[in-house]
Design a binder for this molecule. Structure first.
Ligand code: 3EB
Length: 316
């Protein structure tokens, strides 16, 4: 096992004398409690270093870091910047310098402190960290998720590789790193998806995907409409990459795992019904209550496609 991620009420945290054990303060909305488990067929070793917990095999490193989140916007931005600097240092030192995928969870994502929404402050600090680290930072941006938790601190977990993955964009959406300044002082530093291949084996990491066309939010106040738009975005992303990269997967039905974040717990049944109507009930799916990074967005979905038995796999 490379890592396990638990969801539910209780402060977010990372622990592990062995592999990383991550807790995210985000209630599960549907079904029995599930654990997100990251496994590998290759030998795995686990380590700690300066507040980071990580495990690795010959191909990949899975790491996590937790930090306190202060009420002050400036102090929060500092801790985000510092966390990213620690991540960059770790992956360089360990010989896995290429980030593939990053998950970011923290409370109060839409709260305004010091005149700036916390998500926007997060984006500023993350962007500063990437720009300071990489001269060609736009080409290094990994796929990502940023979702708001109930409480606890900042938790970031990530997957890095020895060789770069192929970061992908969505033909229906403006690249997030080119969003106009209306959405905050720094554009969000992430790619829409990342494809990683080892001859015949593939992992396709799909970033958190919401009801955004171009750069505009769509279907305000309509969670069903937002879910359908998000699914069309995921479908376009998978199909476009499948065509251009000639992958072993083709479309939505090839998804291996989905995570669905709903801002409103009472909408969980509607979201599940709508999702199952579109893609059936066979894809393992985790439904979580989380706050989406734009206050007009109610739902967000992310996923993974796995072809063959790649050296890292997620199961629920
Ligand atoms: C969006 O497309 C919706 O800031 O890393 C989704 C996934 C979103 C990742 C990020 C933000 C991020 O802009 C929000």
């Amino acid at each position: 096992m490379l890592a396990e991620v638990h969801y539910g009420q209780g402060r977010s945290a990372v622990a592990g004398t062995g592999h990383p054990q991550i807790a995210i303060d985000m209630p599960q909305l549907v079904g029995e409690a599930q654990i997100e488990i990251w496994i590998s067929d290759l030998p795995v070793s686990s380590h700690r270093s300066d507040g980071l917990v990580f495990s690795r095999n010959d191909e990949l490193l899975f790491g996590c870091i937790a930090a306190e989140t202060s009420e002050s916007g400036k102090a929060f931005e500092k801790s985000v910047f510092h966390a990213y600097q620690q991540i960059f240092k770790l992956i360089e030192d360990q010989g896995f310098p290429h980030l593939l995928r990053v998950w970011n969870y923290f409370p109060g994502i839409n709260r305004i402190t010091g005149g700036l929404e916390r998500y926007r402050g997060f984006c500023k600090a993350r962007s500063d960290a990437f720009q300071r680290q990489y001269a060609d930072y736009l080409r290094r941006l990994p796929s990502a998720t940023v979702v708001g938790t109930h409480g606890g601190g900042l938790v970031i977990y990530f997957i890095a590789a020895r060789e770069a993955g192929k970061h992908r964009e969505n033909p229906r959406q403006t690249s997030a790193y080119r969003y106009p300044p209306d959405y905050g002082p720094a554009s969000p530093s992430f790619a829409r998806a990342t494809l990683k291949r080892w001859k015949g084996l593939e992992v396709f990491f799909i970033s958190g995907t919401a009801s955004i066309l171009g750069h505009a939010s769509r279907h305000r106040g309509d969670i069903g409409g937002q879910l359908d738009e998000s699914l069309r975005n995921v479908q376009a992303l998978i199909e476009n990459t499948a065509q251009e990269e000639r992958t072993g997967f083709r479309g939505l039905s090839d998804l291996s795992l989905l995570k669905v974040y709903s801002r409103l717990p009472r909408a969980a049944d509607l979201v599940r019904q709508r999702l199952e109507a579109a893609i059936g009930r066979t894809i393992p799916t985790l439904y979580l209550q989380g706050d989406i990074c734009r206050s007009d967005l109610l739902v967000e979905i992310e996923g993974i496609v796995q072809v063959g038995d790649p050296p890292i796999r997620a199961v629920l």
